[in-house]
Design a protein around this ligand. Structure first.
Ligand code: HEC
Length: 252
């Protein structure tokens, strides 16, 4: 009897799911929810595995009241609202200092996501200060590249190793990734002008030209257009600035 009940409940649920999916296409979604919402009522529809809140609801991230927003601009520690916030040009220059600029790499942790399942991978990236774009070199066929093909939204982080309490230096990037094949003329330009591929040539004791051909044949270049970069640098405080600062790509 119990088993029959189970099957019936399951059947209802499947029917509901199909109906909900159909409804999702034709009419409005279930009501908008706040990202901070916790705990569902007992009569909330069951959530199948792999399905997340935003598949059904529009999830509202209240950017004004999150802790991050308060640290960036609100009244925080000794700062009044709006005080100690760097102008965009200044934080942009600081980000370039942190990431070192053309022909120098930082080992970052790259976050990708597919079907609501996140994945982090370490990879080296170089920042082009002219365009605030990150470039990485990757072996073909890895999971993160498959993720990017399906879902170009990425986030990455560079974090200085812990030294002492009270000193922190890290940068968080949010952006859109695209993959550039070696056959694309842009690949040659990125290698020559921006990516420090020369170290590979040196390491393998081959000519730079040969190294570029090898890379273009065997690897893919990721190009990440950064839309938002948030820095936590305790050294900013020496100059009366907040340690949390954010750069945002100006709207076109
Ligand atoms: C399969 C679709 C679906 C998924 C997935 C889903 N919901 Fe819902 N949710 C509904 C429907 C349908 C309702 C009832 C109609 C309404 O109030 O919008 C609802 C209602 C709610 C409500 C209001 C009343 C209650 O039942 O609690 C909240 C809050 C809520 N959902 C939060 C969430 C959160 C948080 C998640 C992710 C953990 C989630 N929902 C995932 C479909 C879904």
């Amino acid at each position: 009897m119990k088993r029959i009940m189970c099957i019936m409940v399951l059947a209802c649920f499947v029917a509901y799911g199909t109906a909900a999916a159909a409804e999702k296409k034709s009419t409005a979604k279930p009501k908008q929810i706040e990202a901070a919402v916790s705990g569902l009522s007992a009569n909330h529809p069951e959530i199948p595995q792999g399905v997340s809140c935003n598949d059904c609801h529009e999830v509202k991230l209240d950017a004004k009241t999150t802790a991050t927003q308060a640290w960036l601009q609100g009244p925080y520690l000794k700062y009044a609202a709006g005080q100690g916030v760097m102008p965009q040009d200044q934080i942009r220059a600081e980000i370039v200092k942190i990431m070192l600029g053309k022909k120098q790499k930082r080992t970052c942790v790259l976050g990708t996501s597919l079907n609501n399942v996140p994945l982090t991978t370490t990879a080296d990236f170089v920042l082009d200060p002219d365009t605030m774009t990150l470039y990485g070199l990757h072996e073909k066929g890895t999971t993160k590249l498959l993720h990017i093909k399906q879902n170009p939204k990425v986030s990455l982080n560079w974090h200085e190793e812990f030294k002492t309490w009270g000193t922190v230096l890290c940068a968080q990037f949010i952006g859109t990734a695209e993959l550039i094949e070696g056959s694309n003329p842009e690949a040659e330009k990125i290698l020559v002008d921006i990516y420090p591929y020369e170290e590979l040539a040196k390491n393998m004791k081959i000519e730079p030209q040969q190294a570029r051909e090898m890379i273009k044949k065997g690897m893919l270049i990721s190009k990440i257009t950064c839309n938002q970069i948030t820095v936590n640098n305790s050294a900013f405080e020496k100059d009366g600035m907040r340690k949390y600062q954010r750069w945002e790509r100006p709207a076109k």
